[in-house]
Write a protein that binds this ligand. Sequence first.
Ligand code: B12
Ligand code: GDP
Ligand code: MG
Length: 407
Amino acid sequence: MAAASTPRNAAPLRILTAVPVCDGHDSAVTTINIELARHGIEVIYLGYHQSAAAIVRAAIQEDVNVVGLSSYNGGHIVFFKEVCDQLRKSGNADIPVFGGGGGTITHADERVMQRQGTDRIYFAGTPLDAMMAQIKKDYARVAKPNRKFKGDRALARAISIVESAPARYSLPTTRYSNGAARRSYVVGVAGPGGAGKSTLIDELTSRFLRSNPTGRIALLANDPSHPDSGGAILGDRVSAIYAQDDRVFFRSLATRGSLTGLSAAAPAAIDILKQSGEFDLIFVESVGVGQESDPFRIFGKGPKLVDATLFVLAPYYGGLIQLQKIALLNGADLVALNKCDHPMAHTAKAEIQARLDQNGKDQVLHPTTAAKHYDPGVDTLYAAIARLGGLDLVRGGEKACFMEDPA
Ligand code: B12
Ligand SMILES: Nc1nc2c(ncn2[C@@H]2O[C@H](COP(=O)(O)OP(=O)(O)O)[C@@H](O)[C@H]2O)c(=O)[nH]1
Ligand SMILES: [Mg+2]
């Protein structure tokens, strides 16, 4: 049901949605997110209680067509203006802002907000289908190069362009881009959905930020597109507390029909990030994968996409036979058993260790609890990654406790 004015070859719309700071009303935005995805739109959801700065950073890095805010607790006139102002001041005024808030935003408020830069407010009673048709009509675009874009927006736009035509990007034949000012170490993270990959990456990011006072880190988070509508809910930013830092570049990618566990644009996106010379460390999270897929080509079909692979499991993998079937465990450089706060973790640790011993490759099992902020298992895992990638380990080397628990 694409509107008549949708540009030809327009990729799926990418919309960032969020709820402003001091507002926990997330059920409306959840309804809108699901409806947007059902209409073929890719939704990057940031979560509730979000600051204007976090929203603007995410909008830039995700190169979204538009920002949609859902606001119920008042303060919308000031808040929407702040988001518009920050977009304009950072050279990204081309990203429009719209939103809704049921009956809490009045028509008179909307007039003030429009004068201050907001595009449109959707009021209580607007039928969802009408809203979706209008959104597609207003915000569909073809992502084109734009020389005015600087910094993260330029990087983000380069990724949007390869997302819309991945086959046109010529990948280097070697694993590393030549000429980049800084060599990036790339870690591919795979494992079943819900094992805690995103949470663990976030905790590892905090270790990176603490032990590298000036470096930057990039995160590429792949999530599935819905096969029926082509839309997607790209929700990995919600788990990414530490990505709220200018030294972190976070980009969500929908798989858009690719069945490898990664977007077809992921190899090009990795290369773009490496070529930029900006990042010491890059994490690439696959969609939830288990037994068969080989997202990072670790078994040698084509050039390996990453320097090291981290396979993340939770204790409830379903028993020994299931464990034996997971091919990625044969090739993973690093293996983490996450959710070690779970009662089954003890048995799981023994079973996975036995499985790794059978591989005979000296793979070390890292027990982690990513849901805990000061987990020593995550420290040890980060130290192993840093050692492999030649990254700085301040505060006493490998045995350092990066996150000193104040408790
Ligand atoms: C559900 C609800 C709650 C739930 C929230 C659950 C949740 N997780 O979201 C609970 C019970 C927890 C709750 C708590 C509170 N609530 Co409340 N809540 C509501 C309620 C009843 C409905 C809001 C809603 O979800 N609507 C569903 C959406 C889909 O429909 P809609 O609002 O009509 O929106 C339309 C458009 O605007 C559009 N839209 C909305 N957002 C967006 C975003 C985008 C991007 C787009 C495109 C479109 C769009 O979609 C709809 C299309 O028809 C409203 C009252 C009301 N009738 O609006 C009060 C209301 C928002 N709450 C209110 C208050 C005061 C509170 C509390 C402070 C109460 C308290 N003292 O504790 C707390 C604060 C919670 C917090 N942490 O922020 C007040 C706000 C008053 C104000 N701003 O002046 C309201 C208006 C109730 C009232 N009349 O007093 N609340
Ligand atoms: N109990 C517990 N929950 C965790 C842990 N790590 C992550 N989670 C939770 O598990 C859920 C899925 O995590 P997520 O990182 O999104 O998993 P992913 O699908 O593998 O990326 C979230 O609700 C996390 O908060 C952990 O160590 N222990
Ligand atoms: Mg995830």
